[in-house]
Design a protein around this ligand. Structure first.
Ligand code: AMP
Length: 474
């Protein structure tokens, strides 16, 4: 889900940036809030700005939301209602001031009772839909695109909640994985392109869990049942699980960046282990490498798996060269550039004994603005490394993502405005190599590029982006 960020952002910043994780639990007789909390906690990497849980016993709904990490958002209270169903959300937006109003799950009362919704992804026609709804007199309490879905559902004339949701989802474009809760149903939906992951699991006592990633199921010892298919809506209620494909597209567009950076390496997304994919990216990268080096060092944490793959393929020893302070969050968590830069220094420190006099292959998953890498190259050199060859386990990011990954606006993307050689010089590295798109596609078992969204590397967006592009022009 995304902020409209209506007033506080400059035109350049005003694109919607969201990275989120969603959970849904249907488990009558079980401690649903606990299950939801634990599954959400496992998804903390998908969003650190705010968190929320909504629980129902069929008659009442109890919602608790707050800013910050899970431990802060629920510091004073976790929902206490003993219910049979809960949904949860962790959110990370980079746009302007974080508004407490925007924290999910959002909920509302409508003719069918109450409804609560949690959304991961970004709609590419949300502004259009929102302005149409506003013209019809709709009022909004948040500046998120997710609320447009809630309004479409509430205003739908279809007879059942499933049909209302189906009719609403047919009007929205872009990326969404949703968990939706009413008094007597838990509903999960994944957009027909399959941009973001969503999976279904079952607890030992027969309850059902929906989670953005399989690590969320593992956290509550739920057995993985299957991925929710692109375009599918699953309805869970007292009669069990029902499924309906509500929309299909000729080609899937699963976000390849989930495999590169975003998802946890212990998750499995649409049958492919994120760890295995990253390891293969490292192997492919090593196949491309023609330079000479003594050691392979990862940028922790995300670079670790690819560096292991690089080492296995190249025969170069894998050596820890940087130690991460575990108490500093993901680099992008701080909103402005100065903060981002100082966070890198707080976050990573070199091990001189391992680096001194060495020609180092430094493996990281991506170069976005170059903020991290420029600091790292100088850190590693200051620890005595003879050469630093930066190897990136993804292709150059040249285009913004409109589907829920914060990859900055185009002019801030270093590869959109500089050549590889210019970037190498900017970084102060002795070498710079990116994984080729073909190598990446091999690594994710999609050599023919039939089912991945690679828009951030190619600019080939699988949906129309007119609405978001226009809005980002101010
Ligand atoms: P930069 O320093 O701007 O080039 O960003 C690259 C670093 O940020 C890499 O170490 C990545 O692991 C990390 N990164 C890449 N994409 C994202 C993202 N969407 N959100 C937060 N961090 C990211």
């Amino acid at each position: 889900m995304n902020d409209h960020c209506l007033k506080k952002c400059s035109a350049a910043e005003s694109q919607w940036h969201e990275e989120c994780g969603v959970v849904g639990v249907w488990a009558p007789g079980e401690a649903v809030v606990n299950l939801c909390y634990l599954a959400l906690f496992a998804l903390q990497h998908r969003g650190q700005e705010s968190a929320g849980i909504a629980v129902t016993n069929g008659m009442h709904i109890d919602v608790e939301k707050g800013m910050g990490l899970m431990r802060d958002a629920f510091k004073t209270r976790v929902p206490t209602l003993a219910g049979h169903c809960a949904i949860g959300h962790v959110r990370y937006s980079t746009c302007g001031a974080s508004l407490v109003n925007n924290v999910q799950p959002i909920f509302a009362y409508f003719s069918g009772g109450f409804i609560s919704l949690a959304h991961n992804g970004s709609l590419t026609n949300a502004r259009l839909i929102r302005s149409q709804l506003e013209k019809q007199g709709c009022i909004f309490q948040t500046t998120t695109d997710s609320e447009a879905i809630l309004n479409l559902i509430a205003r739908s004339g279809a007879p059942t909640i499933e049909e209302k949701i189906e009719a609403s989802l047919k009007q929205v474009e872009g990326a969404y994985c949703l968990t939706i809760m009413t008094g007597d149903k838990l509903i999960g939906a994944r957009d027909p392109h399959g941009f973001r992951p969503l999976c279904l699991g079952q607890t030992a006592s027969g309850g059902f869990v929906l989670a953005s990633e399989t690590c969320g199921l593992d956290a509550v010892k739920a057995k993985f049942v299957r991925d929710v298919a692109p375009g599918e809506m699953v309805v869970i209620d007292k009669d069990g699980v029902r499924s309906k494909i509500i929309d299909t597209r000729p080609n899937l567009s699963k976000c390849v960046f989930e495999y590169i950076y975003f998802a946890r390496p212990d998750s499995v997304f649409d049958g492919l282990s994120v760890w295995q994919a990253r390891y293969q990216m490292g192997r492919q990268l090593a196949k491309q490498f023609t330079g000479e080096a003594d050691i392979v060092t990862p940028v922790p944490d995300t670079g670790i798996t690819a560096a292991l793959g690089f080492s296995a393929e190249s025969g170069l020893p894998y050596v820890e060269g940087l130690i991460k302070n575990r108490y500093v969050g993901r680099t992008f968590i701080l909103p402005d550039q100065a903060n981002r830069e100082s966070t890198v220094d707080m976050k990573l420190n070199p091990i001189r004994a391992n680096l001194e006099g060495k020609r180092v292959v430094l493996v990281d998953d991506s170069l976005v603005r170059g903020t991290t890498s420029v600091r790292l190259v100088s850190l590693i050199k200051s620890a005595g490394a003879k050469e630093v060859h930066m190897c990136i386990s993804s292709p150059p990011i040249t285009h913004p993502c409109y589907y829920g990954i914060d990859t900055a606006v185009k002019k801030e993307l270093i590869a959109a405005v500089q050549s590889v050689e210019e970037i190498r010089r900017f970084l102060g590295a002795d070498g710079l190599m990116y994984l080729s798109k073909e190598g990446l596609m091999e690594a994710v078992n999609d050599a023919a590029n039939q089912c991945m969204c690679t828009a951030c590397f190619t600019g080939q967006y699988p949906t129309s982006i007119d609405d978001v592009e226009n809005s980002s022009k101010g």
